[in-house]
Write a protein that binds this ligand. Structure first.
Ligand code: GDG
Length: 483
């Protein structure tokens, strides 16, 4: 039945993201099967996807995997195949070796290569075409993140009937840094194809608006940006903060499970029952400030302010971007530092740092959160940092201390954390000692305030706020409204 088929290939709501929300399981060498990937974005968008005729456009995660669109778990999935060269130039190159370091305040030096930019445009066009093919007439498309900044404009040119949203998960840098980008105008124009451009922090939206004023000379007023429209006249694009969150209830439920609580006790036991367990959980990335954290902790031991009998730092550094040179180097530096600190200070029964270059199931992560007296989030720059929110959500006992970098987006909301500037090693050391010594009553006061925030603002609130803003922006930009 052709009409049925046509109907199934159109979606009122389309998510476009670099990755599909599934992984192909090829363990055992077989053809493999699809498994839902654990990402927070899937959880955030699931309710919307179910409510509507939802489709998700994305890369299946391995080069040269070609698939027809298929249905999975109530979602219509539209794979965009990437060749090995696409992965190298668009993903590892332009996305992760140009945009990522530039947008994180050039903590690592961005590399500007013209063939990466070519690939980025080419691949963004393929994502836009796939979305244009699947979106229903007058439908809504939500583009996700820095790998796809050109998609909003490309999509608007192909399908002016669509309502287009974009959410930027990482920081947007200050103008003085952004202006390094050789293609700075094209990227701004790409983003401005959206009706709503969402950022993590108010400061990110401000940096974006300033770049638009300076580079494109468009007028901005509050959150609105006046963008020239195709057929003459103007439309208003909204650039605004929508801080992302977690599915708080999922973490609370996991933290309540007796087996996970028992596992937390077992982890402490395995560590030799130190008085204080400190924890770091990050993708192994230079933005996360892992080296600064190790330096501060190493010096505290060196200075005799902390003893390895009393305190252990558990650092989970999950493998990430292992084919990008700066990540290879960072891993070497971190592992050398860990080995030096442990070599100098370990006793037979106690290790200064337990370092895991591994990824764990979510249950194990929650057990770690429950086992940790102190959570160290020391990012040099971070869009939000969900680990901070997950730790807080998991502390159903209202104990534990969150040490939080003011350079993480989460610092805007989590005001009751112990705030640090990770560049200030002495300040960070004092903050860690303060956390170790913090009386239970103060821990409880702070943790209750932190938990209130993540309970009152979870990831469903995030997606609802964004999509409501998108719907009303679309209404006021519709021809009936324009003066
Ligand atoms: C980007 C932005 C923004 C980590 N290791 C394991 C594991 N994880 C999970 C954490 C958390 C997620 O990965 C990491 O999220 P973050 O927010 O901390 O950082 P990025 O990966 O850099 O994410 C960031 C985010 O996008 C969302 O907008 O907050 O600023 O950079 O959920 O728990 N999970 C499991 N095993 C691990 O070993 N299961």
């Amino acid at each position: 039945d052709r009409s049925l088929e046509a109907c199934m290939s159109t979606a009122d709501f389309v998510v476009v993201a670099n990755r599909l929300p599934v992984d192909r399981n090829t363990d055992g060498g077989g053809d493999g099967e699809w498994r839902r990937s654990p990402g927070g974005l899937v959880t955030a968008l699931e309710p919307v996807m179910r409510r509507t005729e939802g489709a998700w456009v994305g890369w299946p995660g391995k080069p040269d995997l070609e698939f027809e669109p298929f249905d999975f778990d109530g979602m219509h999935l539209v794979p965009v195949a990437l060749s090995a060269a696409d992965v190298e130039d668009y993903y590892e190159g332009f996305s992760n070796d140009t945009i990522w370091p530039l947008y994180h305040d050039v903590i690592a030096a961005p590399r500007y290569r013209r063939n990466w930019w070519e690939a980025y445009q080419r691949v963004n066009r393929r994502f836009a075409e796939a979305a244009a093919a699947v979106a229903a007439d007058g439908g809504t498309v939500w583009v996700q993140d820095y790998q796809l900044q050109l998609v909003p404009k490309m999509l608007r040119d192909m399908r002016p009937d669509l309502t287009i949203g974009y959410f930027h998960h990482i920081p947007f840098p200050a103008y003085g840094l952004y202006s390094q980008l050789p293609w700075r105008k094209q990227v701004l124009e790409g983003l401005l194809g959206a009706d709503v451009i969402g950022f993590q922090r108010i400061a990110d939206a401000g940096n974006f608006a300033r770049a638009v004023r300076r580079q494109l000379r468009y007028e901005t007023k509050a959150s609105g940006i006046r963008v020239p429209a195709e057929g003459g006249g103007h439309r208003t694009a909204l650039a605004k903060a929508f801080p992302i969150s977690i599915s708080t209830d999922d973490y609370i439920e996991l933290a309540q499970r007796p087996d996970i609580q028992a596992r937390a006790a077992e982890i402490r036991e395995d560590l030799g029952n130190p008085k204080t367990v400190l924890l770091g959980v990050d993708r192994l990335d230079y933005t996360k400030g892992i080296r600064h954290r190790l330096k501060a902790f190493g010096e505290l031991i060196e200075d005799g302010r902390v003893s390895v009998e009393d305190a252990t730092l558990v650092q989970v550094a999950s493998p990430s971007r292992e084919r990008v040179e700066s990540y290879v180097q960072l891993r070497d530096e971190i592992e050398l530092t860990v080995a030096r600190i442990n070599g100098d200070h370990d006793t037979w029964g106690h290790s200064a740092i337990r370092y895991m270059h591994q990824a764990f199931p979510r249950e194990e992560m929650v057990a770690l959160y429950l086992a940790a007296d102190i959570m160290l989030v020391t990012a040099l720059r971070d869009g939000m940092n969900l680990v901070a929110k997950e730790y807080v959500a998991s502390r159903i006992d209202n104990r534990g201390v969150l040490v939080l970098s003011e350079f993480a987006g989460a610092a805007d909301e989590l005001a009751s954390a112990v705030r640090i500037n990770p560049h200030d090693i002495d300040g960070m050391k004092d903050a860690i000692v303060r956390a170790i010594e913090m009386p239970a009553a103060e821990q409880g006061r702070r943790m209750r305030a932190l938990r209130k925030r993540v309970r009152e603002h979870d990831v469903e609130d995030w997606s609802r706020a964004f999509l409501d803003a998108l719907a009303s922006a679309a209404r006021s930009n519709s021809p009936a409204h324009s003066a």
